[in-house]
Design a protein around this ligand. Structure first.
Ligand SMILES: Nc1ncnc2c1ncn2[C@@H]1O[C@H](COP(=O)(O)OP(=O)(O)OP(=O)(O)O)[C@@H](O)[C@H]1O
Length: 285
């Protein structure tokens, strides 16, 4: 299978931080969430994938062909959308639209205005007069207006209220359905992307600790809980945290039968897997 976007042995070294080596395959027509705590290396990896800047070592492929990050035409099919919005602050929204549209041959005027109207962004005001949420929505539309095939979004919903967040994801789902593209979203807030993403990449300390289809990963584990006085011994495949209220943890699905009979078993959410496996256990398998 040829994946839409692939990285082999991607590495970046800063003075106090090493990212990778990372191997990843990103499928087409899906949303992939990159989840990790602050400083895990999400931004460094997203930027490496689109060459802003490229990984210091390793190769990135688009539809099976190695990307040459010195080639400016990659900007036609790839976009990196940061949530650090400092754009054209004194322009009116209309002036900014005219400017951004002029930068792209493939700018889709109808699509852009459809979503501008849905998002109710005023166009006659200066950008600095817009609320943070409106700026973030406009920023997203600016990033997608030329209809790129690889969309990298760095913590796109940080600071958005729940309705704006929903609108944001509605747009992304409509976009992916129309464009058959790949969307990669980084976040440190798992609940944000639960139910939205099809694939997930968990990161910790500059490394990818787990990745794959969300449903498959959820099937690999079970969440268990016990009264707090019933301790459970952690061992390979079993991670538990005891609080005053209960002992709770995750277990590899194939080891469920080895737990005490009175455990309550549930299917874990992505958030459970992030908390127990990625952040606490590191590696249960
Ligand atoms: N240009 C740089 N020079 C030196 N160190 C850097 C540089 N950029 C990032 N780092 C370091 O690399 C590490 C990973 O940063 P990165 O921004 O990739 O993490 P992140 O997971 O996106 O974090 P956050 O969720 O806080 O945005 C951090 O320790 C950061 O200080």
């Amino acid at each position: 299978m040829t994946y839409h976007l692939e990285v082999w042995q991607g590495m970046t070294n800063y003075r106090r931080f090493q990212l990778g080596p990372i191997d990843l395959q990103i499928p087409k027509g899906m949303i992939t969430a990159v989840i990790g705590r602050n400083g895990a290396g999400k931004t460094t990896m997203l930027k490496g994938l689109c060459g802003l800047p490229p990984f210091q070592k390793g190769k990135v492929y688009y539809r099976g062909v190695e990307i040459d990050f010195l080639d400016p035409t990659i900007r036609k099919y790839m976009t990196y959308i940061s949530n650090d919005i400092q754009m054209y602050s004194d322009f009116t929204v209309n002036q900014a639209i005219e400017f951004v549209a002029s930068l792209h041959e493939t700018w889709d005027e109808d699509w852009f205005h459809l979503w501008l109207t849905k998002f109710k962004v005023r166009t006659d005001v200066q950008i600095h007069e817009l609320s943070k949420g409106m700026k973030m929505k406009l920023n997203l539309l600016f990033g997608l207006g030329h209809q790129p095939k690889i969309v990298l979004l760095d913590e796109p919903t940080d600071g958005l209220d729940s309705i704006s967040r929903q609108q944001f994801f509605d747009l992304l789902q409509a976009y992916i359905a129309d464009n058959n593209c790949s969307i990669i979203i980084s976040t440190h807030y798992t609940k944000d992307v639960e139910g939205i993403c099809d694939h997930v990449v968990f990161m910790r300390d500059g490394q990818v600790t787990e990745y794959g289809e969300v449903e498959e990963i959820r099937q690999n584990y079970r969440l268990f809980s016990l009264p707090p006085n019933e301790m459970i011994h952690e061992r390979e495949g079993v991670i538990a945290i005891t609080t005053g209220v209960e002992t709770k943890g995750v277990v590899l699905t194939e080891l469920v039968d080895t737990l005490p009979e009175n455990v309550v078993i549930k299917k874990p959410t992505l958030d459970d897997i992030f908390l127990y496996v990625v952040e606490n256990g590191g590696d249960v398998s």
